[in-house]
Design a binder for this molecule. Sequence first.
Ligand SMILES: [Fe+2]
Length: 433
Amino acid sequence: MDKAMRRAAKRWIGVAAGVAALATLGAGCLGNVSGDTSATKVGDVSNPPAERGRPGADIEAACGNGRVTDAGTRTIRRAPYLQDVTHRSAALMWTTAGNGEATVEVTTPSGEQVATVPARVETSARPLGARQLVSEIAGLAVGTLYCYQVREGDLPVTERGGFRTAPAMESDGAVRFVALGDSGGGGEDQVAVLSQLESVPFDLMLHVGDVAYDEGTRTQFETRFFDMYSHLLSRIPIFPESGNHEYKTDEATPFREVFRLPENGGPNGRERWFSFNWGSVHFVGLDTERTGPEQAAWLEADLAANERPWVIVYGHKPPYSSGEHGSDSKFRQYFVPILERFRVPLVLTGHDHNYERTKPIGGVTYIVTGGGGVGTRTVGTSSYTAFSEQVLHFVYVTIHGNKLALHAIDGTGKEFDSAVIERGLLDAQLGKK
Ligand SMILES: [Fe+2]
């Protein structure tokens, strides 16, 4: 049976299971029946494969897993998750049905007290049947592991957990992150990718949008995002971008409620487009539902002010895609000339439910990583395509010194494509002084 026939057969089998899901998905998602877990062809696998290991294993070993205690299950609705972690601060957020005072105890791994940080109620958020709390932990040391425990009143409502602040720009260590997109279907596709996310050691997560299908409602964020990933987010921060599905509910208001994102996007870009630093890397999140001259001007100013040697840009709709949605012309018009001018080496997007890696275009490599867990769609090739495949997957990226290594890993754990970008080589090719 050839590949097309296998996929047709799988799709027939998947149709029955997918009917219920399809009934709840919008017209833009038709075709998202259970997807292809395993890649049937491989791209460039000549590079050294990804390191494997449990994400945040060292944090868990030093502090604990941060799990909600039995007592905590009486009040906590959304388990505590890390947000907006910088080199000096971190925010811990959760929702609770409790009404009492809440605090976060911060200690060193050896148990010395660092701070007791009161939580405040985020009155602008409207979680269902609960209050949203945030504890803003400031005055921390760079690249340092801390432990925490959440208390409501005198009662510990979590086990001890931990996190690490962002490393300094000149840190010798690697920056390791995963990126995924179009994940929030709540079914077996999402579980397959999630189980493989837990096989690589990363320090932060990016999400390129369509976090909670079908409409990014408050309920869908709970069941299709937090219920799935909270055990990771108790020790590793996520920096998500919104997709078109988030915008289906009140212009992505629930998205901006549940996530605390860097607020450097200006008055209209607040928590829509933003940037932050992690070690040697400057990350830029773009809101591709708001592509236009205002965001482009912000992007240009942000990149002009950046001093970090590496820049990773991410957002939802891809400027180069051989998938069913295809290339986003607005992204090409407004962002691509700036990305080329500033020699951004890597851009990560989603929207098309497949994987595609381009050859460098004007010095920029573009990845579509839209196989995070809500089915797959067919993908072709274009003149700019280096490799494309219809498969559930995520990408794992490590940046160390002058070398970036990207690994595409499918829903069975197989690495089916990779790429290496060398900073010095890139600069030389582009004639940078
Ligand atoms: Fe999308």
